[in-house]
Design a protein around this ligand. Sequence first.
Ligand SMILES: [Zn+2]
Length: 376
Amino acid sequence: MRALRFHSKGDIRLDDVEQPKCAPHEVRLKVAYCGVCGTDIHEYLDGPILIPADGEQNPNTGAKLPLILGHEFSGVVVEVGKDVKSVPLGQRVVVNPAMDDRHHSQSPCEICVRGRHNICLRSTFYGLQAPQGGFADEICVDAIACFPLPSSVSLKLAALVEPLAVAAHMIRISGFTPGQDVVIFGAGPIGSALVFLLRQYGAGKILVSEIAPSRSAQAMECGADKVIDPVTTAAQPAVSELIGPAGADIAFDACGLQTTLDAAFACTKPGGTIFNVAIHEKPLSLNLNLLTLSEKRLLAGNAYTAEDYNRVIEVLRSKGPEVEKFITAIVPLEQAVDGAFEELVRNKAMHNKILVEVNGEDCDSLRTAHSPASKL
Ligand SMILES: [Zn+2]
């Protein structure tokens, strides 16, 4: 089968590899679409970062280079492992790529026992630290990683569930409640997902700070009340004008710069929350008196859990068409390196999400071929 594999920094190739075997607790998926994540681009430009280093093997999954990338994918079940009862043949699914002790057949660590599987002591991801990933014709995944899609959610749209689930998780653990006023720094894929979901969840005022005009326009379409360009407009006076002099209840930083962290503190009211969503390239400096003297809270989040996946799928059931605009290009697997990876290196600000079409809508014909009705 075809598989897009990371060999080394700057070297991702479409290889011909053996089909994976389906273990008793797994299902085999024909992959429909797989989104390209900022994480994939970081690996391409500077990796291996999260993926195993050359000559090393992930202790939980045995993954080593060359490694199949892709962790934002949807597909159709074409084989069911003998112990699987929860996922039927022909089911259209989206995959939660976050793996924990359950996927590794380990007894649960104390973090997993508390239900916080996203920060398991042995946390790994399909498409980054596992032998298999979503940029391939087929993948065998643990049945518990599969979430069935409602009929109103297309396989294409389903590839957006993962980045939306990141945003849903951050909102959930930030302590957000309906009616609260929010500031968001950065309207890239996660920032725009935050705007969209916060609007769905009943946010009060939403102010976004974003440099790129295309992303500013998208933030407005997603439900922002105002978008400012930080080059020409300071965030704090804008928050004061839109929300009030005390500031916002929560400031989400989806940029990860010293300037956005400082602005997030300046824009948050006493007792409010600064929530870091970004992955930082270097340590930033922070005056902790800013927390102490006004009892602000600094929080951060990682990935998502099943609860976040379920919440996003529920939103997409009715609001799916509104996020189709997040898909700014769809390229076939054969053109993924130049059409998706290189395109995002060249023109990042012009895109929200580029999808790689692996088997695309052909998966739906498979579903018909496998559905019980077609056998009658
Ligand atoms: Zn664990």
